[in-house]
Design a protein around this ligand. Structure first.
Ligand code: NIG
Ligand code: FE
Length: 398
């Protein structure tokens, strides 16, 4: 039941407030998290109305005591694949016995998804959205890509737009079996009738640019066709090996290059000189037993880094942003501050959104209350359900 939707609510007693706005009074200009101690926040309707120190808090209709805990922006999960049927438990089991991950398993999910009713696909998506919300994710992007026919991709995006803020057309996920002998014919289908049907239901166009999926020329054809239809590109690049995906993403002005596990020096330079965010997906390396991306190298070069779950039944079946933060800190050399920024403001940057990912006047009131004295505990206490309360658009949803 939504609480705090009417009038204004003051949250007081916030031991640590992560604002991600280092211009606010009381924050330090060289602290990207814009931390405030002993802080208070006012929510009015679906927006943040006021942020400051507890002693200066204005009078409001209702008041809630945070009790010495941590308030941070809701997590922004900018990369997931949640329109799928079945699961891949057997593939995971085989992998944990030593079989390597290949993207070949995507076709297993395509077959299962085509055989699943729209009602069940929608129910699965809803269940995962709820699961993510419970763990503090207040904005979620999700993709098509397990249908790979005009009808099945359109069906996925129609369901997606009902349940999530950000939808991505990924008709170019892999070449489906019926086009195995004619991959360019499949690219023609994607850039022609499939895109025409799907573009009205998506904001983004994505392509899996990788050996075994789509090469640089095919990826360029898909992305430029999407741009011509008004979509903005984002690219799956450098997951299984280096390739042309990252530089193509930068060249075409993509909002994000995702995975970035295998990068050349030229890739890092291209990202550093661009607005394209590098979205790292630690759940993927965790679940495929692969080497992690080098976050330090990207950060040192000045690249904007985001963290996302990549939640999907094959390579990363987690919906938990706290888990991704913990893994990024432990395994990718990110500091707790960097990882928390990447999971909130970084995700917002990867989705080119300025209304989310920050707790500042005017921003959407998407908030997570942690049962911990600081945000560092997200990494320090891995696997512990620290998320105590969640607000989405000003409504208490958990
Ligand atoms: O982002 N890389 C391509 N797509 C997904 C994997 C999908 C799957 O294995 O089903 C990814 O990891
Ligand atoms: Fe993905």
């Amino acid at each position: 039941t939504p609480l705090g939707t009417a009038g204004s609510t003051l949250i007081t007693g916030i031991a640590t407030l992560v604002t991600n706005d280092h211009h606010l009074p009381g924050t330090s200009p060289d602290d990207p998290l814009g931390l405030l101690r002993d802080a208070a926040v006012v929510i009015e309707g679906d927006r943040i109305a006021w942020v400051g120190t507890e002693s200066q808090a204005p009078a409001t209709d209702s008041r809630l005591r945070a009790g010495g805990r941590t308030l941070l922006p809701g997590f922004v999960d900018s990369h997931s694949h949640l329109l799928f049927g079945g699961d891949r438990t057997e593939e995971f089991g085989a992998r944990m016995s030593g079989r390597p991950y290949t993207a070949g398993g995507i076709r297993t999910t395509v077959e299962a998804t085509r055989a699943t009713s729209g009602e069940r696909l929608a129910a699965g998506l809803e269940r995962h959205v709820e699961e993510a919300l419970h763990q503090g994710t207040t904005t979620l992007e999700t993709k098509s890509g397990y249908g790979l026919t005009v009808e099945d991709e359109l069906r996925a995006l129609r369901i997606a737009e009902e349940h999530v803020d950000e939808t991505t057309f990924l008709g170019a996920h892999v070449v489906p079996p019926e086009y195995a002998a004619d991959p360019d014919g499949y690219v023609d289908l994607v850039t022609g009738p499939m895109l025409a049907a799907c573009a009205p239901h998506a904001r983004w166009v994505d392509v899996f640019c990788e050996r075994g999926a789509f090469d640089g020329d095919q990826a360029r054809a898909v992305l430029t066709a999407g741009i011509a239809r008004g979509l903005t590109p984002r690219v799956h690049a450098g997951q299984l090996g280096p390739g042309p995906g990252v530089r193509l993403a930068v060249e075409l002005g993509a909002a994000s290059a995702d995975h970035c596990t295998h990068l050349t020096g030229a890739d890092v330079d291209a990202l550093a000189g661009s607005r394209t965010v590098a979205t790292l997906l630690p759940g993927c390396e965790f679940s495929t037993r692969s080497p992690y991306p080098d976050a330090r190298r990207l950060l040192a070069a000045g690249v904007t880094v985001a963290l996302a779950t990549d939640c999907n039944p094959g390579s990363s079946y987690t919906s938990s942003m706290p888990f991704c933060v913990a893994v990024a800190v432990r395994e990718m050399g990110m500091t707790p501050d960097e990882a928390v920024w990447a999971a909130t403001a970084g995700g917002a940057a990867a989705l080119r959104r300025i209304d989310i990912g920050r707790i500042t006047p005017g921003a959407r009131a998407d908030l997570v209350l942690l049962d911990a004295p600081s945000h560092v505990h997200l990494a320090y206490r891995p696997g512990v359900p620290l998320v105590a309360a969640v607000w989405q658009r000003g409504a208490r949803v958990r």
